[in-house]
Design a protein around this ligand. Structure first.
Ligand code: FAD
Ligand code: SF4
Ligand code: SF4
Ligand code: SF4
Length: 391
């Protein structure tokens, strides 16, 4: 399985095409079902006690987290939900005791990986017990905005859509009566498309996970039928080996041309992320604090932005309890309510977008937090300049 021949054992650094041999998983999977096949083997071989993944709820716009302990239940969790904007690490902290007593497998996007590391730094998660299979991520679309986009730009009833995918720069839908794709650039120019934090995100291939999986670079007869797997840790290599031996997974060395293509796409995504940062941050300009004051005047002090942030882990109300300025029951809250939060996350915001996504007042909180983080990184690490903060 080594890239250029040699030993058949999988090792850290290997680049593979992989697909599952499990017919039920393959049917439902996004690109050959390597991820779900690997989870099936991880559970069966007791490499993990449970797997936290995402599954379709009421419809395509309803991505739900689900904890699976029975390998037979995994097939229903296969497939990519691009309107799934969840962040899983805080759930592991809140509901699974920070993986302190159990080994948990999690399918992660780049923002999930960063969330795990931030929580581990604060001793809220035991990373030794977390097994991460990463999926490359070009971005996700908010469910409400996706429904609106499909109605307005595609002219299709969102409830009639049976499948969505993002491929070759297009958002593509299948619906009763046909299929249609529109370029993401066109959608984003019209104010739709990926979430604003996703446009600025530059963590595209999650190499801090144990395995990084995606479709970029899968070419030839395997295109659309296999996943590109970068083996990022010894733990990841062992899982791949075990799954192959158990007959759940098949692999072959990635096509070298595919490797080149994958690197080019990743580079293009970095440039796109930089373009959006420049656009979004310079639009904030000198009036940023006025804009923050204006936007946050709609705040209803629900604490959702604090509860759901992977970096703010203090009990939400602690953050304002001892303030001389922020008084209970005062609406909108004193600006210091927000200033304290921004100060809290200024050197560690991971641009996951949860604060913004889950704010009932639709305040662009992640834009502000990300701008503050990026500015603080370039200001306090001047030698590194703009490259200091890549996430
Ligand atoms: P499957 O066996 O089908 O398993 C998919 C896994 O992803 C399951 O564990 C499922 O629970 C989980 N999952 C589904 N939706 C979500 C979600 N919203 N958040 C977290 N986990 C989820 N690959 C690229 O190369 N380029 C991209 O631009 C790209 N963008 C992506 C964007 C999103 C939002 C997602 C979820 C995936 C993206 N991928 C991208 C990865 C790709 O779509 C496949 O997930 C990957 O190739 C694995 O395919 P598979 O058949 O092996 O996975
Ligand atoms: Fe994907 Fe980055 Fe958006 Fe997370 S923040 S969903 S990793 S694009
Ligand atoms: Fe205010 Fe929005 Fe935060 Fe709720 S989520 S406290 S409304 S800023
Ligand atoms: Fe994510 Fe917002 Fe917290 Fe930043 S401040 S880490 S974008 S929830």
């Amino acid at each position: 399985m080594a890239l250029f021949g040699g030993s058949s054992a999988c090792k850290k650094g290997d680049m593979l095409y992989a697909w599952t041999n499990d017919a039920e998983i393959k049917k439902k999977a996004e690109l050959g079902g390597a991820v779900t096949g690997l989870w099936k083997h991880a559970l069966a071989s007791k490499a993990v006690d449970a797997v936290l993944v995402v599954t379709k709820g009421a419809d395509l716009y309803d991505a739900r987290p689900v904890l699976i302990t029975n390998p037979g239940d995994l097939a229903k969790t296969a497939g990519s939900l691009h309107c799934g904007t969840l962040l899983l690490p805080k759930m592991v902290k809140k509901f699974l005791d920070g993986a302190k007593g159990k080994k948990i497998g999690v399918t992660v996007k780049g923002c999930d990986v960063m969330g795990f590391y931030e929580l581990a730094k604060r001793k809220e998660i035991n990373l030794d017990n977390v097994f991460m299979i990463g999926v490359n991520c070009g971005g996700s679309v908010s469910p409400v905005s996706a429904r609106k986009m499909i109605a307005d730009k595609f002219g299709v009833d969102p409830d009639k859509v049976t499948k969505e995918e993002i491929d070759k720069g297009q958002f593509i839908i299948e619906y009763e009566g046909g299929h249609k794709g529109i370029s993401i650039d066109e959608l984003e120019d019209a104010g739709y498309g990926r979430r604003s934090n996703c446009r600025r995100c530059k963590y595209k291939i999650p190499r801090q996970a144990d395995l990084a999986c995606g479709n970029w670079g899968v070419i030839g007869d395997k295109a659309g039928k296999a996943t590109f797997v970068e083996v990022c840790s010894d733990k990841g290599a062992k899982l791949v080996d075990g799954a192959v031996k158990a007959g759940v997974l098949a692999t072959e060395a990635a096509n070298p041309k595919g490797l080149e293509i994958r690197a080019k796409v990743e580079g293009a995504m970095f440039k796109l992320g930089d373009k959006w940062r420049k656009k979004d941050f310079s639009a904030l300009g000198a009036n940023m604090w006025d804009k923050i004051a204006k936007e946050t005047s709609r705040c209803i002090k629900c604490y959702s932005c604090i509860e759901n942030c992977p970096v703010c882990f203090t009990a939400a109300k602690e953050l304002t309890k001892n303030s001389l300025m922020v008084r209970p029951g005062e609406l909108p809250p004193n600006p210091m309510f927000h200033m304290r939060r921004f100060a809290h996350i200024s050197d560690s915001c991971i641009n996951c977008g949860q604060c913004e996504e889950l704010c009932p007042a639709e305040i662009p909180l992640a834009l502000f937090s990300h701008a503050i983080r990026a500015e603080s990184d370039t200001a306090f690490a001047p030698k590194l300049g703009a490259s200091a903060y890549k996430n």
